[in-house]
Design a protein around this ligand. Structure first.
Ligand code: 5GP
Length: 255
């Protein structure tokens, strides 16, 4: 059980424990949700279980196309084994459609397609509220090298192209998402790999036909049916068993 492992870090949605072998970490997914720099807090029942599965699925697909990630394997309902990496303190946001803070900042209506994908960097720092930064800040303050940034940009754009297509195939528009990267030390080598998680907590996902939100904005904006939306994403990805049309007790999680 996780309680016997040494806890390394507890974040808003996850706990990291020391893994069974050196260089590994156990990532535990909580049901806790927070928004607006921790000003809004709550729980979404079953979220941790769903996000564990969704992130496993997406990281695995990305691995298959050659995007290096920290993911090793899922251990149980709420835990996955990942490689220990040195987290680069940046939140990398890729946007395809105006929404959220970009829509606000530039006065663009939510839902307006952007002329091209836009990539942004935020400095990962809760106390400062994750301020947006440029490559100048990143290299001047030593958060990442120009080579790291080149790798991050190339990987983030590949992730965007791949996930946009994957979600489109199941009737979902990938509006935007946030990813994080880490440095993986292997023998004499160090390389930048995708870390953290990819889930409806960190993506904006809209139904292709109805534009209905299927992501954490349902929690942020009190739209209701948050868990149901996350489950629907999982169901469309083929991760959860559909108990059948007309049964509204919800899908059943499979191991
Ligand atoms: P925005 O800047 O519009 O608030 O967010 C852009 C995208 O990045 C959204 O998909 C949002 O969910 C994600 N995002 C931004 N900051 C965070 C964060 O601190 N945590 C998580 N989980 N996602 C974030």
């Amino acid at each position: 059980m996780s309680s016997r492992r040494r806890r390394i870090y507890e974040g808003k949605a996850k706990i990291l424990y020391e893994g069974p072998e050196p260089g590994t970490i156990v990532q535990y997914f909580k049901d806790d949700a927070s928004a607006f720099n921790n000003k809004k807090k709550g729980t979404i029942t079953g979220k941790g279980v769903i996000n564990n599965r969704i992130s496993e699925y997406l990281m695995t697909r990305l691995n298959e196309i050659g995007v290096p990630t920290h993911f090793i394997r899922r251990l149980n309902m709420r835990e996955q084994l990942v490689r220990q990496v040195e987290i680069i303190p940046l939140e990398v946001v890729v946007r395809n459609v105006a929404a959220g803070s970009l829509a606000q900042r530039f006065g663009i209506p939510e839902g307006q397609a952007l002329p091209r994908s836009i990539l942004e960097f935020y400095y990962k720092n809760d106390q400062l509220g994750d301020p947006m930064v440029t490559e100048e800040h990143i290299t001047a303050f030593g958060w990442a090298t120009p080579q790291d940034i080149d790798d991050i940009v190339a990987l983030a754009l590949r992730v965007n192209d791949f996930l946009s297509g994957l979600f489109l195939g199941i009737g979902i528009k990938l509006i935007d998402f946030k990813i994080e990267f880490g440095r993986l030390y292997e023998e004499e080598m160090v390389r930048v790999v995708l870390a953290d998680e990819i889930s409806p907590d960190s993506c904006r996902l809209w139904d292709l036909k109805t534009n209905e939100k299927m992501d954490k904005d349902r929690f942020r904006r009190d739209l209701g049916k948050v868990e149901e939306a996350y489950q629907e994403v999982a169901r469309r990805l083929g991760i959860l068993l559909d108990p059948g049309a007309g049964d509204h007790r919800g899908p059943v999680t499979v191991q």
